[in-house]
Design a protein around this ligand. Structure first.
Ligand SMILES: Cc1cc2nc3c(=O)[nH]c(=O)nc-3n(C[C@H](O)[C@H](O)[C@H](O)COP(=O)(O)OP(=O)(O)OC[C@H]3O[C@@H](n4cnc5c(N)ncnc54)[C@H](O)[C@@H]3O)c2cc1C
Length: 382
């Protein structure tokens, strides 16, 4: 039901009820702040419900490693408290190497992860086959990261919002924010206003409509979900070349990435496309994705697919999120641009923002994620 948010005052107004906005709402409300969440649709209705729900440590850059390691630590404190319908599975990630060249990268990755305090184990080819018998013969080996996990993001988002509400936060759904002013005034599409001490722009791909200099571009992804095949694979399996796909600055890429769900279903990804004009499923892209999966798991061909969907990741030029003050709007902070890692990094984002608001030191250096990094480089944000 639509609610009219007529001229509310609050300490923190959060625009966006995806998992990032929800994590921020829970964190700030637990601190005793008066929080209002403003969501134009339903909670978790956009990227959050399209995502895979993989909680993964990635090491594309030292800053990405630091953020994902920190975030995964925060998740491990929360996971035991989540209900069954959050579909928590600490299944681990298995990075699969196709060739001896990639095995050399596996060893390097193990060392980089060890430097970040992350346990990982190199698997020789026979160990890989024992761990995942569906993988084809002729692969070179792999790297198992046992503490990576999987959740069901929509349920967890609703739970974080419920926690925020229990601590006094208000959630307003079906209220679109039309405009945000630098002094903390938020103008809603129904003509009413919210006056906040601080506005958190957690609007995902919608963030630049409110903070125009935020350098975010939508990046489309496709996912396929299958019927139930319990035990078909045991880990989240990803090709070692996955980071190449995430790094591609332009065009279209696919990478092998398959996830076992608690339900026994398998989620098959993933594709990345800039400049996609619509959210329509493109069977040409799906065919490339499934072909890539078949190159690792020949039996995938025999599985029945139930549904295919797309979603848009909020991508930044340096693959790191924008966490902190907007350089153009004094009372607006950004919590956006999480690309393919927003499920993983939402709790860390919320904690960094809370620390900044409270003037506390953070557990990790927040500088690499500050939006001002794009202006400090001398260029325009856009
Ligand atoms: C195919 C795919 C697979 C993925 N897999 C993973 C994964 O395995 N692990 C991982 O960590 N991440 C993954 N991601 C990324 C992850 O889904 C996102 O990074 C994360 O959901 C972003 O959350 P968010 O809250 O920032 O954005 P969203 O969920 O998009 O939420 C933003 C909200 O803001 C609202 N909004 C926007 N504009 C306005 C406005 N003007 N007024 C009011 N409300 C507004 C929207 O309605 C929306 O609900 C994946 C993404 C895709 C597309």
């Amino acid at each position: 039901m639509s609610t009219r948010a007529s001229d509310i005052r609050c300490e923190i107004a959060i625009v966006g009820g995806g998992i990032v906005g929800a994590a921020c709402a829970a964190e700030f409300a637990a601190e005793g702040c008066r929080v209002v969440v403003l969501e134009r649709g339903i909670a978790a209705g956009e990227a959050t419900s399209a995502g895979m729900g993989h909680l993964v440590v990635l090491d594309d850059s030292p800053a990405q490693l630091a953020l994902t390691v920190y975030a995964r630590r925060l998740w491990h404190a929360l996971l035991p408290q989540l209900p069954a319908d959050a579909e928590v599975d600490v299944c681990g990630t298995l990075w699969v190497a196709e060739s001896d060249e990639e095995m050399a990268l596996v060893e390097r990755k193990r060392d980089v992860l060890a430097g970040g305090g992350v346990a990982a184990e190199v698997l020789a080819v026979d160990e890989l086959r024992r761990a995942e018998p569906q993988l084809r013969a002729g692969l070179a080996g792999g790297l198992r990261v046992p503490d990576d996990a999987v959740i069901y993001p929509p349920t967890v988002t609703r739970l974080l919002l419920a926690r925020a509400a229990d601590a006094g936060a208000q959630l307003r759904t079906r209220v679109a924010v039309r405009h945000v002013e630098g002094d903390g005034r938020v103008h809603l599409a129904d003509g009413s206003r919210v006056q906040a001490d601080l506005v958190l722009n957690a609007a995902g791909t919608g963030a630049p409509a409110l903070s125009p200099a935020a350098p975010i571009r939508p990046r489309k992804g496709h996912l396929v979900i299958t019927d139930r095949y319990p035990g078909w694979v045991h880990h989240q399996l990803i090709e070692l070349g996955y980071l190449r796909s995430t790094q591609a600055a332009a065009g279209e890429s696919v990478a092998f990435n398959i996830q076992p769900r608690r339900t026994g279903q398998l989620l098959i990804g993933s594709s990345r496309q800039f400049d996609a004009e619509t959210s329509d499923v493109e069977m040409r892209v799906v065919a490339k994705m499934v072909q890539r999966a078949r190159e690792y798991l020949p039996g995938v061909e025999a599985l029945s697919a139930l549904r295919i969907w797309t979603g848009f990741r909020a991508a930044t030029p340096d693959k790191l999120p924008l966490i902190g003050p907007s350089p153009e709007q004094p009372r607006v902070w950004l919590a956006a641009g999480h690309e393919g890692l927003g499920i993983t990094t939402c709790l860390a984002t919320a904690r960094l923002l809370r620390d900044r608001w409270r003037g506390h030191a953070s557990e990790i250096d927040a500088a690499p994620y500050l939006p001002q990094r794009f202006t400090a480089a001398g260029g325009s944000l856009a």
